[in-house]
Design a protein around this ligand. Sequence first.
Ligand code: NAG
Ligand code: NAG
Ligand code: NAG
Ligand code: NAG
Length: 459
Amino acid sequence: MDNQAFEMHGESIPSSSKTAEWPKKEERKSYCSLMKIFLVCLLACIITTTIGVLVLSLIYAESIGFVKETVVKNRDTTSPKIDEKEVDVKFRFLNQLGKSKVHHFPGGDIQWARFRNDVNEYQSVEEMEFGKSINNFRSKMTFGTLRIKSNGLRVPHWHFNANEHGYLLKGTAWIGVVDADDSVVTTYNVTAGQVIFFPRNTLHWIKNVGKEDCLFLLFFTTHEELKTLDVDDAFFSTPEDIAARALKPQGGVNFIRTFKKQTEDQAINLPPNLQELVHNASYVQSPDHLVWRYFYDLKGSAEYPFPGGIFKWARYRINGTGLNETEKIFSESLNKHENTLTLATLRIFSNGLGQPHFHFNANEMGYVISGCGKVGVIASDVTSNFNIDIGDVIFFPVGSQHYIKSVCDEDLLLILAYSTGNQLETLRMNDYFHKTADHILAQLFFKEQNEFKKIPKAS
Ligand SMILES: *[C@@H]1O[C@H](CO)[C@@H](O)[C@H](O)[C@H]1NC(C)=O
Ligand SMILES: *[C@@H]1O[C@H](CO)[C@@H](O)[C@H](O)[C@H]1NC(C)=O
Ligand SMILES: *[C@@H]1O[C@H](CO)[C@@H](O)[C@H](O)[C@H]1NC(C)=O
Ligand SMILES: *[C@@H]1O[C@H](CO)[C@@H](O)[C@H](O)[C@H]1NC(C)=O
């Protein structure tokens, strides 16, 4: 709506200046005939404008009707109670993931903060508000948590429409990534505080090789529904004779027939008789030049302190100076693939403030690992301030000004993702205040120019 108003305003300026020039150009012609032409034109103008306005208002009325209809429909199907309460706008920027549905599998579980095509898939209006918001703002991000039991396996699979960036919050896992064409396999161990990266359509698996549960915090680079194919599903959907000819096993198609599909979805699996099945689970770690394309030691990387806390970054850097050899491999790998993310951990000390700022080139999504805080977002059409707690997912659309304040005794710790594989561009409130001339500020705020000397330079 804002934009429409802006465009209409913009158009009216050149047209009024044209009418001002009009008499000058036509000075030589007789004033009388000019007047006639002008009147005819004016009449034509009025008629076309009237018709235009009528047509537009008809179209507009129809489209509004349509929107209203679908909203009503959505609400009806979700729950009868919903009509009574309005959804708080904060849920455009907040998803309380802890309250969302837990998808259980034999070897672990998954929870999602995501967009759904079918509104009936949302568990609540709040979840729907968030899902619609990240889709409308074209977030290029979807968030999920993946918990894997000891010895459990997120089975080999690939994603058709998204890269995957993950942060291991606890546990130890063994990762495998299979590339295209020359089928290079890269395998490595990842431990708490480290980061994994799977480019779109690379086949990958995640096995918990520790004694405790693994918990991955995952960002997928899509605001549509994630499209995934697990290797067991691909296998059982392939005709037996085709599989036999492709894999050429001893015993041919009869061997293929000995495979039995499990009744339950095995996305994360843990066969009860795993000991009988697996005899030798030893494996090697691939060399660094392969591993660091898909791995980053975020916990071990450099700290970037600011007055209220500390950042650590897993990102692409144009200027590789200061990066060590393995860090360079990761940086290049992110830049080489399309639509990758910049990841960061942000620790804000108790009562510290991540001051108001905005990003030119990225949406931001984050997950609260520990502590609690207060967040504010000023988007193009709404403003919202709200509290965040462990397990909450936040979303700041590109350009929206936002701040994060830590309000517990404990530090506030977040994992953040930015939708750019390039260098993040940011402008902070104290910076743009200082870069704006003080006589402009004086005029803007109806305030004596010297008053602005009271605002100290950025620290
Ligand atoms: C176990 O597997 C590894 C790698 O596949 C192999 O090098 C090793 O010889 C195997 N050990 C035994 C006892 O079979
Ligand atoms: C990976 O981690 C597991 C469990 O901590 C350990 O047994 C194994 O030796 C590690 N493998 C490599 C290649 O570091
Ligand atoms: C490079 O830095 C990372 C931390 O970002 C560290 O884990 C790694 O061991 C370093 N590599 C080399 C070759 O020093
Ligand atoms: C790259 O960064 C280093 C310090 O980190 C700086 O000295 C150097 O001038 C930078 N190079 C370019 C081309 O900006």
